[in-house]
Design a protein around this ligand. Structure first.
Ligand code: GLN
Length: 315
């Protein structure tokens, strides 16, 4: 067993969950109107080890939108289809040092990386570009399902419609990228944006997201089904960018103090990979000023205090 005393880990998770329930700092994202309707007190934690041991705490079976966590899956799908060079011809791989929706491009006129909005819109445009939108969405949905051990994800049409109706910033990013020639040839801008919003509106619960993270931790093979969803190189590249860019402009501090690949979303979702050991998901909608879940960040701090998970832990 990869975590010999899983019962102890489970009890520690429960204790941390209880401690953090009183944490009410931060605010639910409201720039996507529908997201503002989420119950701010929602709080779920889930863990899945690479050998399939699982534990849930709190609202771990309530569905929420993945939002920016979808940037991981989108990037992996682009890599699997176009390889590293084919993908990075359209998007960089340096941190931007700025917020997720900042209007900024690198010296080549490309988005800084696939973990911010501009870069994720590019990833979306690279996923089976020749196929009808319906088939492309099915491919994304099916990938989430395989990553999550076979459970089918949901889709929030109201969040999708709400985001699409209020997406001036993402449209602005799209137009600027088109002007700079960042998209693959033949990209329909409106379609690329709508597909990106749909990818953000995929719904999972913390239990599923922990299994997704565990599939990453396990090098791309789902621990529950043995299904190889992504190749090892894809997982490596994605985790490298989660490490350097996954937590918006908190990424440097997160890499310093936590040291794990992770990706957050404005729904309050957080996916954390402990490579070769386990996947963890935290969902709690109140966000800090950088857009990361307050309780999720606090959970990570306590995790590194209690367990040797920081890869540079020399104690
Ligand atoms: N769909 C959201 C957007 O494009 C995702 C942002 C996020 O989760 N940080 O604004």
């Amino acid at each position: 067993l990869i975590v010999p005393d899983f019962g102890l880990l489970a009890r520690e998770i429960d204790a941390t969950y209880e401690e953090l329930r009183d944490e009410r700092g931060g605010a639910v994202a409201d720039y996507i109107p529908q997201l503002a309707r989420t119950d701010p007190d929602s709080f779920g934690i889930a863990v899945c080890t690479v050998d399939g041991q699982r534990h849930l705490a709190g609202d771990a079976r309530t569905m929420f939108c993945v939002q920016s966590v979808s940037k991981t899956v989108g990037y992996c799908l682009a890599l699997e289809e176009h390889g590293i060079d084919g993908t990075h011809q359209h998007v960089g791989r340096e941190p931007s040092g700025l917020g997720f929706n900042e209007v900024t491009f690198n010296q080549q006129g490309l988005p800084h990386n696939p973990m911010i909005n501009a870069g994720a819109i590019i990833s979306a445009s690279l996923i089976r570009p020749g196929e009808p939108l319906s088939d492309r969405y099915e491919h994304v949905e099916r990938t989430w399902q395989r990553l999550a051990g076979g459970r089918r994800p949901g889709f929030s049409n109201s969040v999708y419609l709400s985001e699409r109706a209020t997406a001036d910033r993402n449209f602005a990013l799209g137009y600027l990228m088109r002007e700079r020639g960042a998209f693959p040839e033949g990209t329909d801008l409106r379609e690329a944006l709508e597909f990106y919003f749909q990818c953000c509106s995929v719904e999972v619960d913390a239990d599923m997201l922990a299994m997704v993270a565990a599939t990453f931790a396990n090098g791309g093979i789902c621990p529950l089904t043995g299904d190889r969803v992504f190749g090892p190189d894809t997982v490596q590249h994605c985790q490298s960018l989660m490490m350097s860019c996954g937590m918006y402009d908190f990424s440097g501090e997160f890499a310093f103090s936590i040291g794990l690949p992770a990706k957050s979303g404005v729904s309050g979702a957080l996916m954390i990979v402990v490579p070769q050991v386990m996947g963890i998901a935290v969902w709690s909608p109140r966000l800090d000023s950088q857009g990361n879940t307050v309780r999720g960040i606090e959970f990570c701090k306590r995790l590194v205090e209690r367990y040797v998970v920081h890869p540079h832990d020399a104690a």
